[in-house]
Design a binder for this molecule. Structure first.
Ligand code: ATP
Ligand code: MG
Length: 426
C-alpha cells in the first residue's frame, strides 16, 4: 500500500463521528458571541504574503519559519495560507471602511495554517475562533474580552481547568527602553545564550524571554523586567484591567514573562492556560494591538482581540467527558416502585414542556440496573424517583457526566427547581 494517498501530515480529516462535537462547539460559540454583540466576518484563506510580514512582524517564529508561502505560478506573486486571523480581519476592515462610524466588534472562525511539528494539540491546519474589537482604546474592552472568555469556559464546563495569565507590554517607549536594557543584559551574558537566543539577540531580543530551553531559565528569570519600564499611562491601563477582573471575581496571575509570539501587541496581553494538555497548554491568547490598524494603512484606531485553538478545547471537552453525544437526551428518568411508576409519565411530560429531552425508563428493575441504562444513554442527568421522592413530592437530580474525575453531584429537589437549574445549565 506504499502508494496509497494520504492527507498532508498535520492536517486532519473531520469524520462523521467527530462532527457532532464540532457542531455543538460551533453552536455554543455563536450563541455566546451573539450575547456580547459581536458580528461575524469571513475573509479569504489565501492572502498576499506582505500582509502577514507587515502585521505579524518579519522576525517572529510564524513569519520566519511557519508560513505556507508559495509563488503563484500564473503571475509570480508571493501568496500565503493565513497563519492567523487578525491580519486579514484588520485588512478587510480597512479595505471596506468598516470603522467609518466608530468601533466594531467582530469575530471569525476557520482553518489556519502553520508549518510546525505535528503533535497532540499542534497541527499544520488547525482552527481558531477569533474576536476583534476595532476602534476601542479603553481598558473596558480588554476586560470585556476576559469576562467573555471566562463565561465561555463556564458554558463549556471547563472553567475549573483553565487559568488566566496576564501581562502588560506597555507602549512603544517602554518597549524601546526595555529592549535596550535586555540587549545590554543578554550581551553581557552572551556565552550563556543558546543558538536560537543568540540569533534573537540581534533581531528580536524580547522573544528570548519566551525561550522554552530549561538551560536558559535562570538567565531569563533574572533579566530586566518590562513591568519596571512601564509609564504611567500603561500602568493605569493595566490597573484598570486588573480592577475589572477583580470586580467580576475572575482569578488571574500576572506573568511578567508573557510576551506573545506576534509583534503587534502592546499594553495588555493574556493567555488562558491549562495543565490538561501537556506542552500545548495555551487554549486562548490575545491582547491589545493599538498600532496595527495604522500599520496596515488605516486611519489610526486602537484595538484588542484574542483567538482560541478549537482543537485544543475539543480535546479538553472529550477528555473531561463533556463532549455531548448527538442523540443523547438531557435526562434519563429512573423510577422504582409503584408510587414512582404512577407519576413518572407525568413527570417526563412536565420536563418536556420545559423544553428538555427525556428518556423515560420503562419495564421496572432495581435502581442499580436502571442507573446502568441511564449511563448507557449518555444523558447529561438522571432524574430519580423512588418511594421517598414520590412521598415528598420531590425528585433526585444526579449529574452523569463527570469532569476530569470529579464526583458527579446529586441533590433532592422539587421538579420546578430541577427545571430552573437545568434550563440554565443545558
Ligand atoms: P503556541 O505557543 O502554542 O505555539 P501561539 O502563541 O503560536 O501558540 P497564537 O498565535 O496566539 O498561538 O494562536 C492562538 C491559539 O491558537 C493558541 O493559544 C492555540 O490554542 C492555538 N494554536 C496555535 N497554533 C496551533 C497549532 N499549530 N495547532 C493547534 N492549535 C494552535
Ligand atoms: Mg506557535
Amino acid at each position: 500500500m506504499s502508494n496509497q494517498l494520504r492527507a498532508v501530515r498535520g492536517m486532519n480529516d473531520l469524520l462523521p463521528v467527530d462532527a457532532p462535537l464540532w457542531a455543538y462547539f460551533e453552536q455554543t460559540i455563536r450563541d455566546w458571541l451573539k450575547s456580547y454583540g459581536y458580528r461575524e466576518m469571513r475573509t479569504p484563506i489565501l492572502e498576499h504574503t506582505g500582509l502577514f510580514k507587515r502585521a505579524i512582524g518579519e522576525v517572529t517564529d510564524i513569519v520566519e519559519k511557519e508560513m505556507y508561502t508559495f509563488v503563484d505560478a500564473l503571475n509570480g506573486e508571493s501568496m500565503t495560507l493565513r497563519p492567523e486571523g487578525t491580519a486579514s480581519c484588520v485588512r478587510a476592515a480597512i479595505e471596506h471602511n468598516l470603522l467609518f462610524d466608530g468601533g466594531k466588534r467582530l469575530w471569525y472562525s476557520g482553518p489556519m495554517f502553520r508549518h510546525e511539528r505535528p503533535q497532540k494539540g499542534r497541527y499544520r491546519q488547525f482552527h481558531q475562533v477569533g474576536v476583534e474589537a476595532l476602534g476601542f482604546a479603553g481598558p473596558d474592552l480588554d476586560v470585556e474580552h476576559l469576562l467573555m472568555t471566562a463565561r465561555l469556559w463556564k458554558k463549556l464546563g471547563l472553567a475549573d481547568f483553565i487559568q488566566l495569565e496576564i501581562n502588560s507590554l506597555g507602549g512603544p517607549e517602554s518597549r524601546a527602553s526595555h529592549r535596550q536594557k535586555l540587549v545590554e543584559y543578554f550581551t553581557a551574558h552572551a556565552d550563556e545564550l543558546d543558538a536560537d537566543s543568540q540569533r534573537r539577540l540581534q533581531t528580536n531580543p524580547l522573544r528570548i524571554l519566551d525561550s522554552k530551553n530549561p538551560a536558559m531559565q535562570a538567565l531569563v528569570e533574572a533579566a530586566p523586567k518590562l513591568m519596571d519600564e512601564l509609564d504611567e499611562a500603561a500602568l493605569g491601563h493595566f490597573a484598570a484591567v486588573k480592577g475589572g477582573l477583580e470586580a467580576a471575581g475572575i482569578a488571574y496571575r500576572v506573568n511578567p514573562r508573557l510576551v506573545r509570539g506576534l509583534d503587534y501587541y502592546n499594553y495588555t496581553v493574556f493567555e488562558w492556560v491549562t495543565d490538561k494538555l501537556g506542552a500545548q497548554g495555551t487554549v486562548c491568547a490575545g491582547g491589545r494591538y493599538d498600532s496595527l490598524v495604522a500599520q496596515l494603512g488605516g486611519k489610526p484606531a486602537s484595538a484588542c482581540g484574542f483567538a482560541m485553538g478549537v482543537e485544543r478545547l475539543l480535546v479538553m471537552l472529550t477528555e473531561a467527558g463533556l463532549a455531548p453525544s448527538p442523540d443523547a437526551p438531557d435526562i434519563y428518568l429512573v423510577n422504582v416502585g409503584e408510587a414512582a411508576e404512577r407519576i413518572a409519565m407525568q413527570t417526563a411530560e412536565t420536563l418536556r414542556d420545559a423544553g428538555l429531552s427525556v428518556v423515560l425508563h420503562g419495564g421496572g428493575g432495581s435502581f442499580k440496573s436502571q442507573m446502568k441504562k441511564a449511563d448507557a444513554s449518555q444523558a447529561s442527568y438522571a432524574v430519580l424517583i423512588g418511594d421517598d421522592e414520590a412521598a415528598a413530592n420531590q425528585v433526585t437530580l444526579k449529574a452523569l457526566r463527570g469532569e476530569f474525575g470529579k464526583q458527579p453531584e446529586q441533590q433532592r429537589l422539587a421538579l420546578s427547581e430541577v427545571i430552573e437549574l437545568l434550563k440554565t445549565d443545558l
